[in-house]
Each structure stands twice: as structure tokens, then as C-alpha cells.
Design a protein around this ligand. Structure first.
Ligand SMILES: Nc1ncnc2c1ncn2[C@@H]1O[C@H](COP(=O)(O)OP(=O)(O)OP(=O)(O)O)[C@@H](O)[C@H]1O
Ligand SMILES: [Mg+2]
Length: 262
């Protein structure tokens, strides 16, 4: 499970934009993010482009460190127990980042070995994943030139290879066709039904509404609302997630304006 509290992260802008002699204003990617994601359930991090979804997931995945706040994954602190967090976590980043000169099987095997599986365990686990994700047609091809869907499957297999308890997927259906998306949804549902904690980020309302038990709406680096779909609809007095999203993020902006005025 994931407990994230008041996470914040800003970045220095590229120096060329800062102007001579002036101190450039930092870009606040994540301002104040708190949410919970439970075992056996699917939590959606829903927000528009630039909202801070990837930065939040990267902090939870121990790839960048928060400036403020803390997060616990399966009882381990993302800043102090980096190795333990990585052992318990499977992360599929936005840009799959798979090695083009290795085959699908070699990519997954390489990660399995990095995660501490021995050669025999790794081969067995890689074989299972190749079958489960219907990858046999391209399992032994180098990944250079792979379609988006094929790359996504390799990246997903890599995230799952060490059978992590908690799984975070950054926009996993990006570039997938209808059938591949349905297949991925089935996999996500099965993982949750088997007790795993799943968090995935998306800007697609229908996808989040169809799949998630729990939704955290993020806008401008802040969690605007966090609840079940029904809870969000009720609290915003709307019947559809898109309208609820607009209401939830508008109330956040109104609060910010009030704070600035006072
Ligand atoms: N390394 C970085 N350096 C500078 N700015 C960054 C960096 N990483 C993220 N940002 C900025 O932080 C903000 C949030 O980015 P982030 O990638 O977390 O958003 P996102 O919600 O994942 O968006 P998308 O839906 O487009 O993937 C953006 O304004 C982005 O430009
Ligand atoms: Mg992103």
C-alpha cells in the first residue's frame, strides 16, 4: 500500500531561460500531494498534462527525492528505505525506456537479475510473463522498431517480473489500441483481485471511471479531491466524472485565489 503525505518537488528551469543576473523562478511540479492507495484496489491518479502525475510517481518510485513531505510504500519510507521500496515496487514509467538492442526476453531477464532472481527463477518467470501478456510473437526479437503496444508490454512485464506487491503504471494505455487496452485492463483487475496495490496515472476520464476503485484528482501539483467515483460525484453534485473533475479543480483554484487575496 501507499501512503503519500504533502509531497512537494520543484525544478530549476533550464538556465538559458533564466536571463542574466536574474534568479530564475523554480518550476513547481508537485506542490502538495497526499493520497492513499490500498492493497487489493486500483487507484487512479487523474489529471491533465503537466499536473504533476509523473513527478509524483517518480518520487514514490525513489527516482527523484521530495523536497517536502514523505511517503511510505508497504511500510518502507521512500527516502530512507530506498532498496526495500524498490524491492516491493514495480514501476512502469511513461516512456518505457527499454533497451533497443536487447530482445523482449533479454530486457525482462536483465531486470529480473537486477531484482535478485537467479538465472533459473528468472527464465521461468520471464516465460510466464511472455505467455500471460501474449508476447510470444515478439519475445525473441530485438525491441528496436517495436510498436507502442509491444513496447508497453515489455515495460509492463519488466515492472512485474519480481512479483512486486505494489505496482505503479504511468499512463499505461498510452498508444495502445482497443484490444490491447482491454487486455491491459484485465491484467490490472486480476492483479488487484490477487491483493496487489495498483496505482495508475491517466488523463482519460472514461478509463479512470471504468477501472478505478479510488480516484485522486490532481491539478497544478495539488490533489483537488480523493475518493471513490461515487464519492467524487456526490461531493461535486455531478453525474459524470468529467463534470466532477471541472468542479473539483475549480474549487481548488477558487481556494487558491481566496488565499492570495487574504
Ligand atoms: N526535470 C524537470 N525539469 C523541469 N521541469 C520539470 C521536470 N519534470 C517535470 N517538470 C515540470 O513539472 C510539471 C509537471 O510535470 P509532470 O511530468 O509531472 O506532469 P504530468 O502530469 O505527468 O503530465 P503529462 O500528462 O503531460 O505526462 C510540468 O510543468 C513539467 O514541465
Ligand atoms: Mg506524465
Amino acid at each position: 500500500m501507499i501512503i503519500a503525505r504533502q509531497l512537494r518537488k520543484s525544478f530549476k528551469p533550464a538556465s538559458r531561460l533564466s536571463g542574466k543576473g536574474k534568479r530564475a523562478k523554480r518550476i513547481v511540479a508537485v506542490d502538495d500531494v497526499s493520497f492513499d492507495a490500498a492493497d487489493g484496489s486500483i487507484t487512479g491518479l487523474l489529471g491533465p498534462n503537466g499536473a504533476g502525475k509523473s513527478t509524483t510517481l517518480r518520487m514514490l518510485a525513489t527516482l527523484v527525492s521530495p523536497e517536502h513531505g514523505h511517503a511510505i510504500i508497504d511500510g518502507f519510507d521512500v527516502q530512507h528505505d530506498v532498496l526495500e521500496v524498490r524491492q516491493h515496487l514495480g514501476f512502469m514509467p511513461h516512456n518505457a525506456g527499454i533497451y533497443p538492442r536487447l530482445t523482449s526476453r533479454e530486457n525482462i531477464h536483465y531486470y529480473a537479475r537486477l531484482c535478485g532472481l537467479d538465472n533459473r527463477q528468472s527464465q521461468q518467470r520471464v516465460g510466464e510473463l511472455i505467455e500471460q501478456l501474449s508476447m510470444s510473437d515478439f519475445a525473441d526479437r530485438r525491441t528496436a522498431g517495436f510498436s507502442q503496444g509491444q513496447k508497453t508490454k515489455v515495460a509492463l512485464a519488466r515492472a512485474l517480473v519480481h512479483q512486486p506487491q505494489t505496482i505503479m503504471l504511468d499512463e499505461p494505455t498510452n498508444g495502445l489500441d482497443v484490444m490491447a487496452t482491454r487486455g491491459l485492463r484485465d491484467i490490472i483487475r486480476t492483479l488487484a483481485a490477487n491483493g496487489h496495490c495498483i496505482v495508475f496515472s491517466s488523463h482519460i476520464m472514461q478509463e479512470v471511471a471504468a477501472l478505478c476503485d479510488h480516484i485522486a484528482i490532481i491539478s497544478n501539483g495539488v490533489i483537488a479531491m480523493e475518493d471513490t467515483l461515487q464519492g467524487i460525484l456526490q461531493r461535486t453534485a455531478q453525474t459524470d466524472l468529467e463534470d466532477a473533475f471541472v468542479v473539483a479543480t475549480r474549487s481548488l483554484q477558487d481556494n487558491a485565489l481566496d488565499t492570495n487575496r487574504s
